[in-house]
Design a protein around this ligand. Sequence first.
Ligand code: M6R
Length: 607
Amino acid sequence: MCGIVGFTGEISAKDVLLHGLKALEYRGYDSAGIAVETENGIKNIKTVGKVSNLVDKVNEYGDSLKATTGIGHTRWATHGGVTAENAHPHRAGKVTLVHNGIIENYQELAAQFKEKGLEPVSETDTEIAAMVINDCYTDNPIEAVKAAVKRLKGAYAFCIIFDDYPENIYAIRNGSPLVATNTDEGSFIASDMVAIVKYSKDYFVLPEHHIATITKDSISIMDLKFREVEPDMMHVSWDATAAKKGGYEYFMLKEIHEQPEALTNTIVPRIVGGLPDFSVDGVDDSIFEGINNITITACGTAMHAGLIGKTIIEKYVRIPVNVEIASEYRYKNPIVDEHTLVILVSQSGETADTLEALRLSKARNAKTLSIVNVKGSSIARESDYVLYTHAGPEIAVASTKAYMVQMSVMYLIMLRLALLKKTVDEAEVRRLTAELIHVPDYVKTILDSDKAIQKISNKIINANSLFYIGRGLDYVLSCEGSLKLKEITYIHSEAYAAGELKHGTISLITDNVPVIAVATQKDVLAKTVSNIVEVRSRGAFVIMITTEDVDVNTSLCDHILVLPKVDQDFAPFGAAVMLQYIAYYTSYAKGLNVDQPRNLAKSVTVE
Ligand code: M6R
């Protein structure tokens, strides 16, 4: 939520900032702004709308914006409507800043300023933070930042310029992410490496509650006792092209097509001698010792990957697995203790609710294992163990390849546990592992089924509402299919366990209501087919997703999408692609911005 970027160095600040903001736009896209240090002081330019609007506005200034220091922001509004005044950067006295996060006590602070006769220009919590920092400032920026954060409650990543130090940027964070790097061209800081990978693949994560002083030659870090701290350098394995569309019209389509590679990169290093093995991650088997239950907690699509994990782990390992929405888990006094393995799933590794769920689990002495895509992110760093997914940057707001690799890690965990707990004999673990290794190729064969799906999307484009039904793995997959469709097409949809429909919801099935029936699970096929017959006899327009080795009467449905033959436990990897395509092509046919659906942001760093 919100992307921030800062630069000071030898090259054009506005070019670095606009490039960075374009790359960070997935984090928020309702308004944007930059502030750069010009010969005539700081120039603050802000617009409502996409970064492209900001680019147009900045271009109007021509050469007068020659500057080598600046900060920028792309916003997902939390406090205050979408207006140019509320867009960042914000300014108070000698302070100009950009912010990602929420200052929870801003109203109380605003009231204190009001008593002194000081009123903000905007409706934002961020401007109040700028006022606090300015209030704490006499002549030393680091002391001002240190004093100010004592007065602020909430989550923040700030990049700050003080008028008296026009070539420096100061930064601090609590909760929200910041990565930074210094190169021959200057020093860069941003919410995410996608903004700066063009300039460097080496970086460090700014430690929380540490102040960075960023000059064109160096970046120094101090803790709040003013002790210098050496950063832990990290390296990204992907390059700038991974964060570009590469000929695809939308990132989502590109990311769907990247799934086989992401799966290979995630699965293959964890197979040793035909068996699952997490040595490469430094995750030893002791994490699974003494565990008698598992809780998986996450949000949105990541939580849906958890539901897949629950289904297969309970089937093969016979251990209870509880899946909790992180925003519920953190406030419900969850039943977890030292015998619980808590698995946190997150693409970004920064989702606020998942992060808090992690902290709560640790406080309850649970063992914590995270499945995270972004290296060095907060959830990865704070959990006891981490299994990174190797999907590369996921830019489209709708998650696709991250879901796919999260699922694959669930299978790896299931297989390792089944082996350790001997709930499945080794030969069967080997067979299942071989199936998993085959998944990237399997997914590849499904990628060109998009033509058939485009036709189907044209049939559902005008629906007001539709339903996804399935049983077992097909049901939990339906939850993901439904979320994807809602998120990017704005068509209402619901996922139902097929057998549950007749307990109320079937009253909504009337003529031509689309029902997408996922029917890949052979052992419950007859039951799912009965449910299909029930909705069809009430007029539903049924689209069935099944596998070629399933014996089904095709006249039962209006459209059928057939996956190649596969062990039914691995069918979710194929069906997921079809569900992603249905959402993608329906959104596309409606002429919507597939990658940037309304009201959303990629990384939800506020609760
Ligand atoms: O970064 P995370 O995986 O923690 O994000 C969790 C959800 O916000 C995310 O999966 C969201 O549901 C997706 N936009 C759905 O496509």
